[in-house]
Design a binder for this molecule. Sequence first.
Ligand SMILES: NC(=O)c1ccc[n+]([C@@H]2O[C@H](COP(=O)([O-])OP(=O)(O)OC[C@H]3O[C@@H](n4cnc5c(N)ncnc54)[C@H](OP(=O)(O)O)[C@@H]3O)[C@@H](O)[C@H]2O)c1
Length: 283
Amino acid sequence: MKAIQVHQYGGIEVLQLEEVSMPIPQNDEVLIQVKAAALNPVDSKIRNGYLKDAFPSTFPYIPGWEAAGIVSAVGKKVTGFAAGDEVITRTPFPKGGGYAQYMTAAETQVIHKPAALSFPEAASVSIVGAAAYTALFQVARLQAGQKLFILGVSGSVGSLAAQMAQKAGATVISTANGHTDIDVALDLVGAPAQDALWPLLKKDGLLVSSATPPSQEKAKQYGVNATFMMTSPDRSIMELVAGMAAKGEISLKIGKVLPLDQAREAQALMDGRTIKGKIVLEP
Ligand SMILES: NC(=O)c1ccc[n+]([C@@H]2O[C@H](COP(=O)([O-])OP(=O)(O)OC[C@H]3O[C@@H](n4cnc5c(N)ncnc54)[C@H](OP(=O)(O)O)[C@@H]3O)[C@@H](O)[C@H]2O)c1
């Protein structure tokens, strides 16, 4: 089968289209024919070695941590899926596997694809949806009536976070305009832009970042709380956000769909921030 493989850390040139062996599902795994694999900023951070301490890569590896496709075989212990099922998967770091014609995933990291979502939409919703949901409702415990500031609201996590927060009755603010009364500031950009958020927070407010761990010294200095958040490949959150998308409660823009052999162009477009919305590869 065809796959994009990475043999060393580096720029987009390390993404190589290669012929590789078909993956064989373990007893607890599902073999998926990938119909769409979504890109995320983390793909580039792993590729260029920025996350090598947290998630060291084993070379060669196939990138792509979320995808949608059709089950083509299942391991002996798999009970919830059968060949022909349309599914979504999110694999844990550093496993990957989505930039390929076929991938394996543990049954626990696979859900049924809602019929209302296209393959590109289904592939795109897990990581950014889980990031928005986790930050707002599991970490910040956002309540109706609270004020939420989002840095990076034009991005995929930001747009979903804004939709989820509004639905929950919070007020979403994305231009600073002298605010000093923000309950929760969500940082989706990272340092150094993150520093603009400290003075916006009310006393005991919370800064949550998905991009750079915030300084605890600065949090103390401003009398606020601050934390970094990580999403987990948790099936219940995947089901929740995919369900919200299928019901039209949240919508995610697909910016560009490209064939697998244009993985370099796809990551360059993402890194260059020239395309709004998710970038998706179709093997
Ligand atoms: N920790 C986790 O579990 C987790 C999960 C998902 C995502 N993330 C991280 O969260 C961040 C957002 O993800 P995403 O998928 O929403 O990315 P995205 O769609 O590319 O959006 C990024 C947002 O940040 C803005 N931005 C980027 N660089 C900027 C800069 N130098 N100055 C000002 N604004 C900048 C973009 O603004 P423009 O519109 O102007 O480009 C856009 O609004 C990424 O760092 C990603 O790695 C973390």
